[in-house]
Design a protein around this ligand. Structure first.
Ligand code: DC
Length: 222
């Protein structure tokens, strides 16, 4: 099976670009951030806050996360409920970042991700796909852009969805998440030694997609 690992910070456009790239290649797209978001949502629903002063193992033992493909689109299910929209709120984002620093949470989601790549040609995006989840991925890309560019893109996306956020809030959240994701002791966000760096700060969406597809095709020898 062929696996394309795409890692990078929040707001780099990973999910939209990975989805499109997967479609162009005829692979399935696995958004691993959605899995962490679903676990974060469970903790929110259980009354926990970002400090996670709760019995993590206990909550996980009563948590079911799975993904199902509906019309070729990934839907993440938490305890058999489709939570695809609920996991996208700013609160769920912060909780996802908090829970993702916890080793039991990472262990809880690891096998599911590996199995998906074992059984399918995948484009899988996240933070540690090329470094931890699929160290032998066929192609590894580290997708990034400046924090300002990423905050602008995310802000626009949230406003279009009707969220009442300010750019400054989004930018602050972005910096906080970057810090959390790169400084956690377990599976921190970092570029794998054998990953190709793709900086899209100056690229339009179409140019970014072209860049990714050209990296993939070159690596696959096409
Ligand atoms: O990609 P995203 O913004 O949907 O990810 C949500 C959070 O989950 C992010 O703060 C980091 C975490 N995450 C992770 O630790 N490992 C992954 N493979 C994917 C996401």
């Amino acid at each position: 099976m062929i696996s394309i690992a795409i890692d990078g910070p929040a707001g780099a456009g990973k999910s939209t670009l990975s989805r499109k790239a997967a479609k162009a290649l005829g692979f399935i797209y696995v958004d691993t951030g959605a899995l962490y978001r679903a676990v974060g949502l469970k903790f929110l629903k259980s009354g926990a806050d970002e400090k996670l002063e709760c019995d993590i193992e206990d909550i996980l033992s009563d948590t079911k996360v799975d993904i199902r493909f509906i019309d070729n689109e990934q839907h993440v299910f938490l305890d058999d409920n489709d939570v695809n929209d609920e996991i996208r709120t700013p609160k769920a984002s912060m909780m996802a970042s908090a829970v993702s620093a916890k080793p039991p949470v990472r262990a809880f989601l690891l096998e599911m991700q590996r199995l998906l790549a074992k059984e399918n040609n995948v484009v899988m995006d996240g933070r540690d796909i090329g470094t931890v989840v699929l160290p032998d991925a066929t192609v590894k890309i580290f997708l990034t852009a400046s924090a300002e560019t990423r905050a602008q893109r995310r802000y626009k996306e949230l406003i279009e969805k009707g969220s009442e956020v300010t750019y400054d809030e989004v930018y602050e959240d972005m910096l906080k998440r970057d810090y959390n994701d790169t400084h956690r002791p377990i599976a921190p966000l970092k570029q794998a030694d054998d990953a190709v760096l793709a900086d899209t700060s100056e690229c339009t969406f179409d140019e970014s997609l072209e860049l990714i597809l050209s990296i993939v095709k070159e690596r696959l020898g096409e």
